[in-house]
Design a protein around this ligand. Structure first.
Ligand code: GSH
Length: 204
């Protein structure tokens, strides 16, 4: 299998899960501006949607969409419990979080990447995120991870998306439980390994 990624983008979530799951996978870096891969391919021929992550399977098929790539990876190694067992309520709870992160947080950040965004629109986008962050902060209060004390794919995704807050100067100081969560996840050895591999932090 091969993960197409761009450093620090949402593809960091599956990258973290690959390390947490102990999967042996190849990586190919995508330049999102030129839409080319480090291996010299036009990314559009791999994912016509043009966005990362994309996961090429051994069969030659390509899976896209963060939620699906995370689920597929976690299901390769069920004993790591990165997703609860199929059919359990806990599994739906994790997917509920993945849905919230994808549609409310991940896409909530989208307007902030646009350098031409007028100040008023930027303020509205930040306000939108602040409402979601307040909710998240209440949910994370008194627990290490979204599902309690056990790390799941939802945590990898949440951590990845919220790591963009600093870049966009979205202040997290009003959300102590969110900050504690970011600290907790960033201290996981496999998270550090994924971040180092993407050049996001110095090797220890
Ligand atoms: N719906 C997609 C969204 C992925 C996405 O937004 N990827 C961003 C990076 S975080 C991207 O590749 N943007 C470049 C582009 O769309 O041209 C998913 O869930 O995988």
């Amino acid at each position: 299998m091969k993960l197409y990624y761009s450093p620090g983008a949402s593809s960091l979530a599956p990258h973290i899960v690959i390390h947490e799951a102990g999967l042996d996978i190849e990586f190919d870096r995508v330049d999102l501006n030129t839409q080319t891969t480090a291996s010299g391919h036009r990314f559009g021929t791999i994912n016509p949607k043009g966005n990362v992550p994309a996961l090429a399977l051994r069969t030659g098929e390509v899976l896209t969409e963060v939620s699906v790539v995370l689920e597929y990876l976690a299901d390769r190694v069920p004993d790591r419990r990165l997703l609860p067992e199929l059919g359990t309520l806990e599994r739906y709870r994790v997917q509920e979080w993945v849905g919230f992160i994808g549609t409310e947080l991940h896409k909530g950040f989208d307007p902030l990447w646009d350098g031409l965004m007028p100040d008023t629109a930027r303020r509205l986008a930040v306000q939108y995120l602040q409402r979601r962050l307040s909710y998240l902060d209440r949910c994370l209060d008194g627990r290490s991870y979204l599902m309690g004390e056990h790390f799941t794919v939802a945590d990898a995704y949440c951590f990845t998306v919220l790591s963009w807050a600093r870049f966009h100067r979205v202040d997290l100081s009003d959300y102590p439980a969110v900050r504690a969560f970011m600290q907790e996840v960033s201290s996981r050895p496999m998270v550090r390994k994924a971040m180092q591999a993407e050049g996001l932090m110095q090797a220890a």
